[in-house]
Design a protein around this ligand. Structure first.
Ligand code: C2O
Ligand code: CU
Length: 460
């Protein structure tokens, strides 16, 4: 089912390559994709179908899989009743290709074109304000830039995690669930499926698989634990770790990705699972062993060259951001006017240095220079309301080095594009902007982004 939408592109591409070869034209390596945004009835599991918005008729949308250095052309056709755009989360590309500044009107087409510069696990989603109603209806997909060593795994699997707030008939409920301030769902999905409809991961003893997890939820953090095995975490947000580590549980904040190796060391014929801490919501990936075994596959992981910035840990950061929130003024007297919230949640505005987007101050940074930034969580409102969600800060246009979290440096270089800020704590990061433009910086909890926790980093 998934592959059906995918194949015509592949087929067209093959034909194009053949034609190019026949005419003697230089067949430059290029990937062509067509993403048609359409409303579709999506079966989450037998008996539970919801009206979703999708890239190409499936949730997640058409997977985009390219090689490093490849030129990528993506035709986006908007068949939805409202304007939108697409953002390639985590890719470094010219600002016109990044997405947020575009508005693709209903019935029109826009073609993106860029070169896939670095390998890793990325994803795509709309960045059209308000983002929540579009992303939350299922508009997201994976974007993988393959590294040569990826081909040496026994299997390479992508798991896009999401959650949906639905009634028993699968109808979308508006707003937030009672007691919640953000939009958390009651049905959790892996690659668009929940519970028994989730495809099992099939292993043979001795194999070594690559697993890529993407959190596409608008607010929910996903904690996944594995039985009888351990994940070897190799990449965060697509970037190789200096020191991969073993763990039996991983946590993904909204927007984050984790790549992990899974050594098939279980018993042939037995079953295991990868399950969310809220397993009753349906996020359980069965692990099923076939019979027999293969000689143990060794890890093809390539240790990255050190590339960390040399920064005096005692120097003052170039930029200091304070994340906060407030009750929307309209609460007192004029009813609820909070922009990010509807329904049961109190109307909130979410701020950066005391201002809510579009009134946040832009941050000017020089091109091609190392910039340090400290991001504090000063969300007193959240604390008062016994809330305290970790804001998940995402910066477009670069990959940043996480220098420290609450003052302590990570063991080994850590590179990311989305980082949770510990509640009432802070994170120090450093980055270089190589492309001029206005790059969005925002919380990837989409209620907060839409509700004002967003600004731009202006690289000149
Ligand atoms: Cu994943 Cu600014 O977005
Ligand atoms: Cu936030």
């Amino acid at each position: 089912m998934h592959a059906l939408k995918f194949r015509p592109n592949r087929f067209a591409r093959t034909i194009l390559m053949m034609l190019l070869a026949m005419t003697g034209a230089v067949a430059a390596t290029a990937a062509d994709y067509r993403l048609e945004l359409v409303e579709t009835d999506w079966e989450l599991r037998p008996g539970l179908t919801t009206r979703a918005w999708s890239f190409g008729g499936t949730v997640p949308g058409t997977p985009i899989i390219v090689r490093q250095g490849e030129r990528v052309r993506i035709e986006v056709i908007n068949r939805l009743p409202e304007a939108t755009n697409v953002h390639w989360h985590g890719l470094i590309l010219p600002v016109q290709q990044d997405g947020p500044s575009l508005s693709i009107q209903p019935g029109t087409t826009h073609t993106y074109e860029f070169v896939a510069g670095k390998t890793g696990t990325y994803w795509y989603h709309p960045h059209f304000m308000p983002v929540l109603p579009q992303l939350d209806r299922g508009l997201y997909g994976s974007l993988i830039v393959l590294a040569p060593e990826d081909a040496r795994y026994s299997g390479d699997h992508t798991f896009v995690l999401d959650d949906w707030l639905l009634d028993a008939q699968g109808r979308r409920l508006e707003g937030t669930a009672p007691g919640d301030m953000e939009r958390h769902g009651n049905v959790e999905t892996v690659n668009g499926k929940t519970g028994p409809a989730i495809a099992p991961l099939r292993l043979v003893k001795g194999e070594l698989h690559k697993l890529r997890f993407i959190n596409a939820s608008t607010a929910s953090v996903h904690n996944l634990s594995i039985q009888g095995h351990r994940f070897k975490v190799t990449h965060t947000d697509g970037q190789a770790l200096a020191l991969p580590f073993l763990t039996d549980s991983i946590k993904l904040a909204p927007g984050e990705r984790i790549d992990a190796e899974l050594a098939a060391s279980g018993d042939p014929g037995r079953s295991y699972e990868i399950a969310s801490s809220r397993r009753s919501s349906g996020m359980v990936i069965p692990i099923v062993y076939g019979n027999g075994s293969v000689p143990a596959v060794s890890s093809p992981f390539v240790t990255p060259k050190p590339r960390g910035y040399s920064i005096d840990p005692n120097a003052r950061p170039d930029i200091v951001l304070e994340l906060g929130s407030a009750m929307a003024r309209g609460m007192y007297g004029h009813g609820m006017i909070g922009r990010g919230n509807t329904g049961n949640a109190p109307a909130m505005i979410w701020t950066i240095n005391g201002c809510a987007h579009p009134d946040t101050l832009p941050i000017d940074v020089p091109l091609n220079k190392v910039v340090t930034m400290r991001v504090y969580d000063r969300d007193m409102m959240g604390m008062m309301m016994g809330h305290g969600m970790e804001h998940s800060v995402h910066l477009h246009g670069t990959t940043f080095q996480v220098l420290s979290i609450n003052g302590s440096a990570p063991t080994g270089e850590l590179w990311k594009d989305t980082v949770p800020i510990p509640t009432h704590g802070y994170v120090d990061l450093a980055f270089v902007m190589t492309n001029p433009g206005d790059w969005m910086l925002h919380c990837h909890i989409i209620d907060h982004e839409d509700g004002g926790m967003m600004t731009v980093v202006r690289a000149r």
